[in-house]
Design a protein around this ligand. Structure first.
Ligand code: MG
Length: 258
């Protein structure tokens, strides 16, 4: 009798345990808000860059923009012509036309790109000269006017947006040209789509290393954390950001496949 009772009790306990296992409820992840992945400290030191001569393209470079036309580019939105404005040997973002991207896709590369915030720029934090360079169309190196304009450090000029802050703030004043030299190594993926080798990036702004051989964690997300998405070769994408400030300009863009 005792044994039977014991068995029945065990059966009831086991049944309850099974019910608990199948019906167990876990909390939903908290809904992400943009500010939950924005970090404001420590702010990188401010460095005044030295003078730099404009670097014309090396003989083996693919020239993506030499001041004359947008033949190497297309609209990310329509796939048709890239309709940013060309004037005086530079191209300026057209905020009505959206992002533009190279027609060609690239694997690993060295990219040289010069950009200028207009002298009359207004706005603050992320709403001041926001653009960006997307590597393989996936990972954003931020462009922003961080000259005397603080924002969250993993969103400032030269950050790997929402991932890695730059080592220094090497901004030139609005109206002066900034230079990025970006060295990018594409990722290797496992069969299941996870990174076997992360994408790596080094960013030099105005002659100073501001991102040093960083392992990119995943896609650029405004809300939430980076995601790992399997991909192959991809374009260089230039961002037409929706902030209301005056649009920035680009010149002298070239790339060397590595
Ligand atoms: Mg941006």
């Amino acid at each position: 009798m005792n044994r039977l009772l014991t068995l029945s009790v065990l059966a009831v306990i086991a049944g309850t345990a099974m019910a608990q296992t199948t019906d167990k409820q876990y909390p939903e992840p908290e809904k992400m808000r943009p500010g939950m992945s924005e970090f404001w400290t420590p702010q990188p030191k401010v460095v005044t860059p030295g003078n730099q001569a404009t670097a014309s393209a090396p003989s083996d470079a693919i020239v993506l923009f030499d001041g004359t036309n947008l033949d190497a580019w297309k609209s990310s939105r329509t796939g048709g012509a890239a309709e940013w404005d060309i004037h005086d040997g530079v191209m300026t973002v057209n905020k009505q036309k959206g992002d533009i991207q190279t027609k060609d896709d690239f694997d690993s590369f060295q990219l040289h790109i010069e950009w200028m915030v207009p002298e009359n720029i207004t706005g603050k934090s992320q709403g001041r000269g926001n653009s960006g360079v997307f590597l393989q169309g996936m990972y954003e190196v931020q462009i922003l006017d961080c000259y005397d304009n603080e924002t969250y450090v993993n969103g400032m000029t030269g950050s790997i947006y929402k991932q890695q802050r730059p080592l220094a703030n090497v901004m030139r004043k609005p109206g002066e040209w900034n230079v990025y030299d970006i060295i990018y190594t594409s990722p290797v993926f496992n069969e299941d789509g996870t990174y076997k080798v992360h994408p790596k990036v080094t960013v030099i702004q105005n002659g100073c290393v501001i991102i040093n051989d960083y392992d990119i964690q995943g896609t650029t997300e405004y809300i939430g954390f980076p995601r790992v998405v399997k991909h192959g070769d991809g374009p260089i994408v230039l961002q037409s950001h929706g902030d209301p400030s005056e649009p920035i300009s680009f010149r002298n863009i070239w790339l060397r496949p590595l």
